[in-house]
Design a protein around this ligand. Structure first.
Ligand code: ADQ
Length: 467
C-alpha cells in the first residue's frame, strides 16, 4: 500500500476543548485509521518564512508543519481564502473582496507550501490536497517534477459559473486544477457547477466523469464526507457526556429543547434561524415557557470584519428576542459563544428534541450527521435541515426547509415538536443507517482509492501553471 500524504491549510491535532471545524475533525479521524502524514500550516507566525518543517505526533496522527509570515496570513488566509473564496464559494459575492494583494499572497503561500512538501514526497506516495486554500498547489508540485498521483477534495460548495466569473483571474484558478488526477465534491450539485464551468467557460470537454483541457484529463467525482460514527457515539458513555446530560436535565425542568451548534459564520444562517424561532414563538403561544432554543456558536475568523459583524448582529438579535418574550422564569434563547468538547456536544445533541441545522449554503454540514448519531433510537429527536446544505442530498428523511423562509422553518419546528413517536423513529432509522454506513472512513477509503486508481504516475511534463 502506498503512503498517504494529506495536505490542508491548518494541521489541527486533537485538542482537549474540541473546538475545531469539520475538516480538522474529519482528517484526524481519517489519518488515525489510515496512517500517513498530515502537512500544513502550524497556525503560528514567524517574522520571516524559512520553510523549515516541524514533525509532531499526537493521538496516532503524524504531522509536519511550517510557520507563516504575518503578511502571508493576512493576504493568503484572512485575505484570499476567507475574504474572497469563502464568500464566493458560498454564493455571497456581495461579501467577496477582490484585492490583487490577496491573489498574490495566495499564490505565494501555495508555492511556499509546495517547496517543503515536494521534498517529503517519495515515489509511490499518494497525495491528497484538501480545500479551497490550496487549489494551485498541485500545479506547483508538477513544476517541481512531482508526478505522483494527486487528488483534491473541496469541502465547500462549488459556485455556479455565473457567480464564479465574478472572480478576477477565475480561469487561472480552474486551469491550475488540471494538475490533479481526481477532484472530489460533496454533492452532485457542486460537481455539475464545476463541469458546467469547465465546458462553457474554459472550453474543456466533458466525457462522463472525465474532463479534458489542453491535453490534461482529470476525473471529477462526488464523494460526500461523513462523521467518525463509532468514535462519536462512543462518547455517549463518557463522564463529560454524563455531566452535561445531568446539567441539562436539571436546567431544562421539562422544557423541550431545540439545539443548534455551529461555527459562528454567516454561511450558517444564524440570523435567519433566530428570526425563524422568533416567528415560531409569535405563532405558538403554547411554546412560551415550554420550549427553549440552545444555540452554541463559538466565534471563528475574528480577524475578518464580516465575522465581527455577524457576531454583533446575533448578540443584538438574541437580546432583543429574549427581551420581547422572556418571563421571570423562562428565557427562550440560550445563546452560547464557546466551543464544547465532543463528549459534551453529544450529550447536548441528545438532549435536543429538535436539531435545527439551517445553513444558507454548506458544502456538507457534519452537525446534521452528529445530531442523528447522538439520538436515542427508541425516542429520537427530529432533524430540521436546510435544503441548501450538502447533507440534504443524503438526508432526505429530515424535515427539509428553506432557511430564508421564516414561516416555513417555524412550521417545521412545530411539526418536529409534535411529531408522533412512530414517525420520529421511522425517519431517524433511515437517517441513522446512512450516517453509520457512509462514515468518515467510507469517505476516505472511497476517495483515496479513486486517487490510487488514476492512470498515472503521469509523465513529468508540467501542468498548466497557476503562476
Ligand atoms: P465547517 O464549516 O466547520 O466545515 P461542519 O461540517 O458543520 O462545518 O462541521 C463543524 C464541526 O465542528 C462539527 O464536527 C462540530 O461538532 C464541530 N463544532 C461546531 N460547533 C462546535 C462547538 N460549539 N464546539 C465544538 N465543536 C463544534 C467545513 C464545511 C462543511 C463540511 C466540513 C467537512 O464548511 O460544509 O461539512 O468542512 O467537509
Amino acid at each position: 500500500m502506498s503512503r498517504l500524504i494529506v495536505v490542508s491549510n491548518r494541521v489541527s491535532l486533537p485538542s482537549p476543548d474540541g473546538a475545531q471545524g469539520g475538516l480538522a475533525v474529519a482528517l484526524q479521524a481519517a489519518l488515525r485509521e489510515a496512517g500517513g502524514l498530515w502537512f500544513g500550516w502550524s497556525g503560528k507566525e514567524i517574522d520571516t518564512f524559512t520553510g523549515s518543517v516541524r514533525f509532531e505526533e499526537s493521538d496516532g496522527v503524524r504531522s509536519a508543519v511550517v510557520d507563516l509570515e504575518p503578511q502571508d496570513v493576512e493576504e493568503y488566509y484572512n485575505g484570499f481564502a476567507n475574504r474572497t473564496l469563502w464568500p464566493l464559494f458560498h454564493y455571497r459575492i456581495d461579501l467577496a473582496q477582490y484585492n490583487r494583494s490577496f491573489g498574490a499572497g495566495y499564490e505565494r503561500v501555495n508555492k511556499r507550501f509546495a517547496e517543503p512538501l515536494r521534498v517529503m514526497i517519495e515515489p509511490g506516495d499518494t497525495v491528497w490536497i484538501n480545500d479551497y486554500h490550496l487549489i494551485p498547489i498541485a500545479s506547483q508540485l508538477r513544476e517541481h517534477g512531482i508526478n505522483n498521483r494527486i487528488g483534491f477534495f473541496l469541502h465547500t460548495p462549488w459556485p455556479p459559473t455565473r457567480l464564479l466569473v465574478s472572480l478576477p483571474y477565475h480561469e487561472r484558478l480552474v486551469q491550475a486544477m488540471f494538475a490533479y488526477d481526481v477532484i472530489g465534491f460533496q454533492t452532485g450539485e457542486w460537481l455539475e457547477s464545476f463541469l458546467h464551468y469547465c465546458q462553457n467557460e474554459l472550453g474543456g470537454t466533458v466525457d462522463g466523469e472525465y474532463v479534458t483541457f489542453e491535453g490534461r484529463t482529470l476525473r471529477a467525482v462526488v464523494c460526500p464526507i461523513g462523521i467518525d460514527f463509532r468514535n462519536f457515539v462512543g462518547a455517549l458513555d463518557t463522564k463529560g457526556a454524563a455531566d452535561i446530560a445531568q446539567r441539562m436535565q436539571v436546567s431544562l425542568r421539562g422544557l423541550s429543547m431545540i439545539v443548534g451548534v455551529d461555527r459562528l459564520d454567516y454561511s450558517k444562517g444564524l440570523g435567519e434561524r433566530l428570526t425563524s424561532f422568533e416567528t415560531y414563538l409569535q405563532r405558538h403561544e403554547e411554546a412560551h415557557r415550554a420550549v427553549v432554543l440552545v444555540q452554541v456558536a463559538p466565534p471563528s475568523r475574528g480577524e475578518v470584519e464580516q465575522y465581527r459583524d455577524v457576531r454583533e448582529e446575533l448578540n443584538e438579535m438574541a437580546g432583543r428576542i429574549n427581551g420581547a418574550f422572556a418571563e421571570v422564569d423562562w428565557t427562550p434563547i440560550r445563546y452560547v459563544n464557546r466551543g464544547y468538547s465532543r463528549d459534551e456536544l453529544i450529550a447536548l445533541y441528545r438532549a435536543g428534541k429538535v436539531g435545527l441545522v439551517t445553513p444558507l449554503r454548506d458544502g456538507m454540514n457534519l452537525v446534521a450527521k452528529e445530531y442523528v448519531a447522538a439520538q436515542d433510537p427508541e425516542d429520537p429527536g427530529v432533524l430540521v435541515l436546510s435544503r441548501f446544505a450538502g447533507a440534504a442530498a443524503q438526508m432526505q428523511e429530515a424535515l427539509l426547509v428553506n432557511p430564508y423562509a421564516p414561516e416555513e422553518v417555524a412550521d417545521a419546528i412545530h411539526r418536529a415538536l409534535t411529531m408522533p413517536l412512530a414517525e420520529r423513529k421511522r425517519r431517524h432509522k433511515a437517517l441513522l443507517e446512512g450516517v453509520e454506513r457512509e462514515d468518515v472512513h467510507w469517505w476516505r477509503e472511497r476517495f483515496v482509492s479513486m486517487i490510487e486508481a488514476a492512470p498515472s504516475p503521469r509523465a513529468s511534463a508540467p501542468a498548466p501553471s497557476a503562476s
